[in-house]
Ligand binder design. Structure first.
Ligand code: UDP
Length: 448
């Protein structure tokens, strides 16, 4: 019997999840697989389908409008989306099987789109789960999924429990588990349990590299009992990622005029938001540091106002001296530019991998749980950056920028980041760990 050739990809409709999954799609496409992307009605990848020639895009019936995200909040939205999408996804797979003459080798779904598990089971199709965050984040979710919400709240009143290291996974402590501020604890725990349930999946893909997270990966491997494939960073494996949004390339010309390793690049990702007051403090601090800066300020990234035009004149005056602002930067190219000396980041996992992949040290300003885990690793495990905690204050911003770009301490962080960069490059090359993991996956898929 001829091997099946079609892979169905089901991403979460958010840039940080879509980008690595589509990178995997490109890698599999170049191995001869056909790719079908199943999506809902918002943040559609198909809107930038020109970047994915040969891919098929299928939209499933809308089960929850995007507006519900605001009303329900992220946790409740995901739980409900999964409950309401199961039937339309089954219909979609049934139709695809008819159209394609049963040619589906595997469904690869984002861990948050766990409704796919039911269709895989019903149609007896192989499935693999895709994780776009760190292995340590998966570990934390497993740990959380096993806890009892009420008991946990009581236990966490004890400072000794808060500081306790989780199951030999130094430096991860109970108080670092990514659950704070995300929603009512019992609902967070429920989502963690659902995401942790591997259903009938035959493997787990993680966009990470074994040299960055070996202890978390071994822990996970023991726990999930199906193959775990750390095959990242995917942005270094396949052709360069394609953004769903337009990037402002004029910043590259501006970078060309700056001195080597002098610029601090600032981005809080595709979702992060700052208060106007914080933005002004940042601007003061950046100016006082005397270092040039490239700053991404999205239309919605300042709370309560629509873009920088509504900021006081004071802001423009400060920025025009030594700064450059864009709504969206070609981030990987920026990080790889010789003028960039550091990255002020919210520490999303993609940004973290991209910074390490270019050997750029970081100032960490995480917003929530998962980003805090990444920041902890950046500061304490890889020692390629440090966190700025507390209120954003111009003095602290100035100090942080100087510490990273000018001081010897920052030079040490850069050296370590450059060492890691080489390790990452080696891991995606022929014979490297991520290269082998991707090859294994391809081999497995070709037997289906
Ligand atoms: N990004 C970009 N240009 C920007 C801001 C962000 O290309 O101006 C990309 C960045 O390279 C990364 C992604 O958007 O791949 C952000 O993902 P991450 O996981 O870091 O954070 P999230 O947005 O999911 O919080």
């Amino acid at each position: 019997m001829e091997a099946k050739r079609r892979i169905v990809l089901v991403p979460v409709p958010a840039q940080g999840h879509v980008t690595p999954m589509m990178q995997l799609g490109k890698a599999l496409y170049s191995e001869g697989f056909s790719i079908t992307v199943v999506e809902g009605h918002f943040n559609q990848v198909s809107s930038s389908s020109q970047h994915f020639p040969g891919f098929q895009f299928v939209t499933i019936k809308e089960s929850l409008p995007e507006s519900e995200f605001e009303r329900l909040g992220g946790i409740e939205f995901m739980i409900k989306l999964n409950k309401t999408s199961e039937a339309s996804f089954k219909d979609c797979i049934s139709q695809l099987l008819q159209q394609q003459g049963n040619d589906i080798a595997c469904i690869i779904y984002d861990e948050f789109m766990y409704f796919c598990g039911a269709a895989a089971k019903e149609f007896k199709l192989p499935s693999v789960i895709f994780n776009s965050t760190s292995a340590t984040n998966q570990v934390s979710r497993y740990v959380v999924g096993k806890l009892n919400a009420e008991k946990f709240l009581v236990d966490m009143e004890d400072p000794e429990m808060q500081d306790k290291v989780v199951e030999n996974l130094y430096p991860l402590r109970y108080k670092d588990l990514p659950i704070s501020e995300m929603g009512p604890l019992d609902r967070v725990f429920e989502l963690c349990r659902e995401v942790g349930n591997k259903r009938t999946a035959s493997g787990v893909i993680i966009n990470t590299v074994s040299c960055l997270e070996s202890s978390s990966l071994s822990w996970l491997q023991q726990e999930v009992r199906i193959p775990v494939s750390p095959l990242g960073p995917l942005h270094m494996t396949a052709s360069p990622p394609s953004s769903l949004l337009e990037e402002d390339r004029s910043c590259i010309e501006w970078l060309n005029k700056q001195k080597p390793r002098s610029v601090i690049y600032i981005s809080v990702g595709t979702l992060g938001q700052m208060e106007t007051k914080e933005v002004l403090e940042m601007a003061w601090g950046l100016c006082n540091s005397n270092q040039p800066f490239l700053w991404v300020i999205r239309a919605g990234s300042i709370l309560g106002i629509n873009g920088i035009d509504s900021l006081p004149d004071e802001f423009n005056k400060m920025v025009s001296e030594r700064g450059y602002i864009v709504k969206r930067a070609p981030q990987i190219e920026v990080l790889g530019h010789p003028a960039v000396g550091g990255f002020w980041s919210h520490c999303g996992w993609n940004s973290t991998l991209e910074s390490i992949g270019e050997g750029v040290p970081m100032i960490c300003r995480p917003f929530h749980g998962e980003q805090k885990l990444n920041a902890m690793y950046i500061e304490r495990v890889w020692r390629i950056g440090f966190q700025v905690e507390g209120k954003v204050d111009r003095g602290e911003v100035e100090k942080a920028v100087k510490r990273l770009i000018v001081d010897d301490e920052g030079a040490g962080m850069r050296e370590r980041a450059l060492v890691l960069k080489e390790k990452l490059k080696a891991s995606v090359k022929n014979g490297g760990a991520s290269y082998d993991a991707l090859n294994e996956l391809v081999k497995y898929l070709k037997t289906k």
